[in-house]
Design a protein around this ligand. Sequence first.
Ligand code: MG
Length: 235
Amino acid sequence: MYTVTFDLDGTLLRSPFWRLHLRPWLARVAQAQSATVQDLWDPLDQAADALWRTGDWVGAFDWGTLIEKTLGMALPSLDDPDPQAVRRLVMPYVAQTLPQLLRLPVRYAVVTNGLYAYQVPYLRALGWLGWLSPVITPDLAGTAKPDPRVFSSLGSVLCHVGDRPDHDTVAARRAGVVAVQCGPRPTGHDRVDRLANGHVQPDWEIEDFRELPQLIQRLLAQRTRGYSRDDALRR
Ligand SMILES: [Mg+2]
């Protein structure tokens, strides 16, 4: 059976770790120090970027360690997030399309650049860990998108659905996986692999999740007819 992989932030959910945990904590610390969130965020972002540039693609997303080393503070651990708050961050049409997706003969998994401890609690709060497995994170894979090795434990991947060309599309194309751009491309380019083709294009572009069941069926049909990846890309 084929696996369809999803990016998490900006594809399934609107960055729950940032919105519900990291940013609120930074805001509390900033208030206590008569500073701004930006004052605290900038050195963290720079430290993460410095690690990224040295090739430490796991450390660049390890916000707990970055906060400890940069701010000399401990980020509180993430306990059970409020399911209602998480539900409000589900991307448009994901929940509505879910019944259709679950009827298709494929497995679903997550390939995210957020660490396991920062992503899985939100998927658990939504009750999504039953249909989304495994959740591949940098600390488990030992690397991050756009390194194609993030897909290496997943067997046959039908397509990868994501929002960031510089992470999702590049990783998928490098792995020989069909790249699906979902929704508008975010502005800004942080954590870019300078060796990546800056003009890389996704194989398919969809506006939102409503188009996904049909696309998956189409890709499945092409695969079962024995088409190669390149054939699958011809519309
Ligand atoms: Mg994303």
